[in-house]
Design a protein around this ligand. Structure first.
Ligand code: DX5
Ligand code: ZN
Length: 234
């Protein structure tokens, strides 16, 4: 299995102290900073845009994992790349030609990811895997932090893990939404290797403890006393 990576989602941070919050999760052992960009159209919420990325970029060495929940997405890819994105994640529903959008992200010199909503079939990513560095599985409906993990997505995570294995490419498999103690383990057992967590990091007092806890549970779900993915409780 690839190395476990933890990406705190800035959406749950204190927006009046963003630079401090980013420095704090970097010091606490985060691997990536996840930035949720929402337009009030693709999802029913508005967050922030490239100006915030640009403002934060000098304040951290963490790579920026930029989750674009906007439509249309194509006109803004270059702007997010220039603002400091290292990986740009897009939804198949946010433009007419997913393959072309991924080519555009690659042409900008950035890693590219595809995000699958809970109801989006895994086949949506099957024929573009050669352009993809990350598949991100939404384990809530996109738009808000603090929602409950949808455990019906666990078999879907396993299906994408099998698809990635068959591709032979080193594609990361991320989960986003409701990732916390008790859900990181089952997601890891199903095949996830990258864990995006907003409330479960920024909603706690000790970010280092929260990140270490998620990493430990994801690294060894059995030792955390969790049931295997898809397993039924006795
Ligand atoms: C939701 C976002 C998530 C969100 C997760 O649309 O994609 O990244 O911040 O928040 P939690 O971890 O609180 O569910
Ligand atoms: Zn996200």
């Amino acid at each position: 299995m690839p190395r476990i990576e933890i990406a705190p989602s800035l959406l749950a941070a204190d927006f009046a102290r963003l630079a401090e919050e980013v420095a704090a999760v970097e010091a606490a052992g985060a691997d990536w900073l996840h930035l949720d960009v929402m337009d009030g159209r693709f999802v029913p919420n508005i967050s922030f845009g490239p100006l915030v990325l640009r403002a934060l970029r000098p304040h951290t060495r963490l790579p920026f994992d930029v989750h674009l929940m906007i439509e249309p997405v194509d006109p803004f890819l270059a702007e997010f790349a220039a603002a400091g994105a290292d990986r740009i994640l897009i939804h198949p529903e946010s433009g007419p030609h997913l393959h072309r959008s991924l080519q555009a992200i690659r042409a900008l010199g950035k890693q590219a990811g595809v995000v699958l909503n809970p109801a989006t079939p895994v086949e949506a990513v099957a024929w573009v895997l050669d352009l993809v560095d990350t598949v991100l599985m939404m384990t809530v409906n996109p738009g808000f932090g603090g929602q409950a993990f949808l455990s019906l997505q666990l078999p879907k995570i396993a299906a994408v893990r099998a698809m990635i294995a068959a591709s032979g490419r080193p594609i990361r498999l991320a989960v986003d939404g409701g990732i916390a103690p008790g859900t990181a383990g089952p997601a890891a057992a199903a095949g996830a290797d990258t864990f995006i967590a907003g409330s479960a990091v920024f909603g706690t007092r000790d970010y280092a403890h929260a990140i270490a806890g998620l990493r430990a549970e994801a690294t060894d779900p059995a030792r955390a006393g969790l049931p295997p993915a898809g397993g039924k409780p006795d």
